[in-house]
Design a protein around this ligand. Structure first.
Ligand code: NAP
Length: 358
């Protein structure tokens, strides 16, 4: 994208961005009312660890059946088998003996793995009630520009593109649900992002994380708008959430933290700040849980206050201006279509074939 074209796109002032990002540090203790998820199916990516694991435990204790979408994790990470066993124990402790909890392979660095996961889901004929797009990595391995086997920058693919692909593949199953919810774990780091799609596959380091969280929040806002203009999917809700500043491995992967002597000064500082100011993963998970279950988070069609929003933990917050810009939304929509060949694969047919009612 040419710089001149970018100049016409909306942007936010630095003080406003800093203020919004600082609000992401909000650390109050949250409790949520119980929800009844008996008979509902949930797919959650990155469900074996961190806030995804805690969300899965909560969903299980409320009676949901769950598929955790996980990669075969590196040895230093918690194996999905352990989280499956813990979720089954949580379900049983709450009296939900018939819940099904499984983990299926879904490696976000490999789009064929995502597609296989989605096909496997669709072949079950199950209705999908909640999709939590949560898996993520905080940094490029070894700080160097790293491409996946699909040819995309790794943070771009894991944190954004693979979730777009998963979502678009699973939409037909979501559409069958009564009150379907898609929750995307974006981040307050979007406020440090730059909307310049020419950087999508060329940036390594922390800025790639911020750019892609901004792209994700912008894309999901457009998806909500597109869904709302269909007859068959206008009941589907999608929102983005920031879980808080949470003590998880996203900041400094556990194997790096364990060798604390090898941390560079910036990582040392980050480690200290997360330890002092961060909330625990259970608290972080409640942002996902609330967006997935609270009535007010649903689209107006479903009696809520509208989808396509951004929540700082459980509070509605103002996302970056690109999310409300038709030009930016069209740019990101078209960009991912080109990267993932969505149209060619028929994954946009529902938007093309249905008459607009909006
Ligand atoms: N922690 C925070 O303060 C914070 C703030 C804002 C947003 N977030 C977002 O929250 C989400 C969850 O992160 P977290 O804080 O819970 O960190 P985490 O504990 O590191 O969890 C990340 C999850 O993503 C999974 N994952 C990583 N690469 C994957 C891949 N290639 N395929 C499939 N799964 C993969 C991890 O699986 P493995 O166990 O295999 O690594 C893990 O389950 C991320 O999207 C993150 O950007 C976190």
């Amino acid at each position: 994208m040419a710089a001149a074209k970018n100049a016409r796109l909306p942007n936010a002032s630095v003080p406003w961005r800093l203020w919004q990002a600082a609000r992401g540090l909000e650390g109050s203790h949250i409790t949520l009312p119980d929800a009844d998820l008996r008979g509902k199916w949930i797919v959650i990516t990155g469900g074996n660890n961190g806030i995804g694991r805690e969300a899965a435990l909560q969903f299980a204790s409320w009676g949901a059946s769950i598929v955790l979408g996980c990669r075969q994790p590196p040895p230093h990470e918690k194996h999905p088998d352990i989280t499956v066993a813990d979720c089954i124990a949580a379900a049983q402790a709450a009296g939900h003996e018939s819940s099904k909890i499984e983990w299926w392979s879904c490696d976000m660095t490999d789009l064929s793995s995502v597609e296989t996961f989605a096909k496997r889901w669709l072949s079950t004929g199950r209705t999908l009630d909640i999709l939590a797009n949560n898996a993520g990595i905080g940094r490029t391995p070894r700080g160097k520009l790293t491409k996946t086997k699909d040819g995309f920058e790794i943070v771009h693919q894991v944190n954004f593109l693979a979730h777009v692909y998963l979502t678009m593949n699973l939409l037909p199953s979501l559409a069958l649900a009564e009150d379907p919810r898609i929750v995307c774990t974006t981040s307050c780091m979007q406020y440090f992002g730059t909307f310049n799609l020419s950087n999508a596959n060329t940036t390594a380091g922390p800025s790639s994380y911020s750019h892609n969280k901004l792209y994700f929040q912008t894309w999901l806002t457009e998806l909500q708008s597109q869904l709302s203009s269909t007859h068959t999917m206008n009941h589907v809700t999608i929102n983005g959430i920031h879980p808080g500043f949470v003590k998880t491995g996203i900041w400094i992967p556990p194997h790096v933290a364990a060798e604390a002597k090898s941390l560079n000064p910036l990582d040392r500082l980050l480690n200290m700040l997360v330890g002092v100011f961060g909330v625990d993963p259970q608290q972080g998970s409640l942002a996902i849980v609330r967006a997935a279950t609270a009535k007010e988070c649903a689209t107006t069609k479903m009696g809520g206050e509208g989808g396509g929003r951004y929540f700082n933990r459980i509070w509605p917050a103002e996302p970056m201006p690109q999310t409300t810009s038709p030009a930016c939304r069209q740019l990101i929509w078209d960009f991912v279509d080109r990267e993932l060949h969505l149209k060619e694969k028929g994954l946009l047919d529902v938007f093309d074939s249905e008459c607009s009612i909006g």
